[in-house]
Design a protein around this ligand. Sequence first.
Ligand code: ATP
Ligand code: MG
Length: 188
Amino acid sequence: MSPLPTHPLPATQRLFFALWPTALAAAGLARAGKRLHEVCGGRRTRKETIHLTLVFLGDVEVGRIDELLELAGDIAAPPFRLDLGQYGWWPHNRIVWAAPDGMPAELAELVDALRERLAGAGFRFDAKPFVPHVTLLRKAVCKASPLAAAPVAWRVRDFVLVRSASNAAGAAYEVIGRWPLARSAAAR
Ligand code: ATP
Ligand code: MG
């Protein structure tokens, strides 16, 4: 006779869509983080976890994840180049970030396409205006902002769905879906 499970599986998972950097871009961003850490202190984002959030979903019912994977797979959007040359600090959440020099149209369109499909399917998500940024330091304190660090060129070729399971050691992320951006595609 099998005992009743003492730790039932959670009914929801914390999810977000993101861009995950290429090894080259991650290395450049980690270098920038190291440089800015010397100025502002705080806790550096580990190179393996550096990302740019596209849409934050928060808790999603496990039973709806397949629907999410399908919806993302229906998106046709082209690859693009992201030039991260802006660095700064937000005092309200003490984050030091890297941001693109300008918003590439392809990035805005990718986020719009995701939001539109998510809303259409009845998913809830953070609907604040999209402010593209890569968190490099947390709990940082800088004397000034903007900050200076070497720019990073990132060739964005895909987007991902990530499961976030934070524990005492910090956020643990697991990529649970990945979709290529196709040159022939125009974001719809
Ligand atoms: P932790 O919260 O454990 O410190 P984390 O912030 O990296 O770690 P999550 O809170 O799961 O992990 O967030 C995952 C990503 O989504 C991060 O890039 C985070 O900045 C972003 N994010 C979290 N909450 C929101 C929100 N309400 N709106 C927009 N983006 C969010
Ligand atoms: Mg968080």
